[in-house]
Design a protein around this ligand. Sequence first.
Ligand SMILES: *[C@@H]1O[C@H](CO)[C@@H](O)[C@H](O)[C@H]1NC(C)=O
Ligand SMILES: *[C@@H]1O[C@H](CO)[C@@H](O)[C@H](O)[C@H]1NC(C)=O
Ligand SMILES: *[C@@H]1O[C@H](CO)[C@@H](O)[C@H](O)[C@H]1NC(C)=O
Length: 160
Amino acid sequence: MKADWIMTIFMSFTTMSGFVPAAEVQHVHFGSTIILGCNISYLYETAWFKHNPDLIPTVVLYATLKEGRPFELFRLSPRHSASLMNRSLALRITGVQAGDLGLYYCTANMNARVIVGRGTLIHNSSQVLFQHWYPVAVCSGLLVMVLTVCITHWKARHRK
Ligand SMILES: *[C@@H]1O[C@H](CO)[C@@H](O)[C@H](O)[C@H]1NC(C)=O
Ligand SMILES: *[C@@H]1O[C@H](CO)[C@@H](O)[C@H](O)[C@H]1NC(C)=O
Ligand SMILES: *[C@@H]1O[C@H](CO)[C@@H](O)[C@H](O)[C@H]1NC(C)=O
């Protein structure tokens, strides 16, 4: 929980400073279905990892293409499945729960070399409010300050 906040604050800072994080960010509603895209060809058996701060990554899906259809060799739960998207094996998660939040990435063994593909950070959509709350508060504060200074000046002028 604490690590989640640290992650959120870090993401807010990187977003504010215009720094583009390596992983895409997807905000989810609990109970919804999400599809995370991979950029590794479906010709390679693809493993999907889930990585949470301070924890060793877990394999949530291991999939391949069989007779032109995605085929799961391993899946962490029936909610995890493989889906064809953009010529790669995307990860589909149904009935998203709080425990599903975290960083996901696809990997493959390409000619005896492990490559890491596209990553996506899954966030709770309620944290969107927090992410935008800080800059909004700072802007509102500045606006009130400027207005106060203007009104004080205007009043002072009228008194003369
Ligand atoms: C599909 O792949 C192309 C090129 O590899 C890329 O430009 C495009 O953004 C990808 N689309 C999605 C939805 O990932
Ligand atoms: C997939 O995307 C990641 C990050 O977006 C990039 O570092 C990597 O080179 C890409 N891999 C391929 C095979 O396009
Ligand atoms: C996610 O948001 C819901 C409300 O939409 C909230 O009840 C829950 O505590 C949040 N969970 C996390 C991990 O932030």
